[in-house]
Design a protein around this ligand. Structure first.
Ligand code: IMP
Length: 200
């Protein structure tokens, strides 16, 4: 399969675009991104991260006629039975903002003891080709939820997520520090290895 010379980035989420381009900055590919251009809208109707990552990657690859990379990700809070999980982007409603989703999450864990507020981010990264082939990689980042959000970096639930082994929240880490330990960083690096290996 090999790393294609041109790859479309199948997301319109600016936070994700920025992170993925930084994580994959060493990949010798030309990226096509949704920055200010007409871009296919793919509905995330799957029940799993894997289904949604493949839906997005296949959808964009088919429409644009070039291989596409997508990620699907979410936060899983143990005290919420693993939720919001695959529904993380729509936790507070179909068009909810990051701030609304974060507020709802904090309200739901407000009465949970600190030691019980364990959580993880999970990410499935997929690369799909217009002819239907695909490669998939998955990773997680363990941590816990704090009730007083801190930091301006990252996006989504980052101000309330403290990764394992850290005292700072994900939103207080530099971009490089986040990408070194994050679910997205690990999943995309694994995807890159699979793509390079397949090309041997
Ligand atoms: P989706 O992958 O487009 O379905 O969106 C995943 C959602 O999970 C995002 O909108 C965020 O709410 C949350 N999420 C995923 N990764 C991160 C992250 O790195 N930081 C904070 N929130 C995240």
């Amino acid at each position: 399969m090999a790393l294609p010379p041109e790859l479309a980035l199948a997301t319109k989420n600016l936070g994700k675009i920025q992170e993925i381009l930084a994580i994959c900055s060493e990949w010798p590919v030309k990226w096509l991104t949704a920055d200010g251009v007409d871009w296919p809208d793919i509905e995330e109707t799957g029940d799993t991260y894997r289904d949604n990552a493949l839906l997005k990657a296949h959808g964009v690859a088919r429409v644009l006629g070039v291989p596409a990379v997508a990620d699907d990700s979410g936060i899983e809070v143990d005290a919420l039975g693993g939720g919001p999980g695959v529904r993380s982007a729509r936790f507070a409603g179909e068009h909810a903002t990051d701030r609304e989703n974060l507020s709802l999450l904090l309200a739901r864990v407000a009465d949970v003891d600190e030691g019980e507020r364990t959580a993880r981010y999970r990410c499935v990264a997929a690369c799909a080709w217009p002819d239907g082939r695909a490669v998939v990689a998955e990773a997680a980042c363990e941590g816990r939820i704090i009730l007083q959000p801190r930091g301006d970096g990252g996006f989504g639930y980052d101000p309330a997520f403290v990764p394992e082994g850290e005292t700072r929240t994900m939103a207080q880490l530099s971009e490089g520090e986040k990408n070194a330990i994050s679910h997205r960083g690990k999943a995309l690096r694994a995807l890159g290895e699979l793509l390079r290996k397949d090309g041997d």
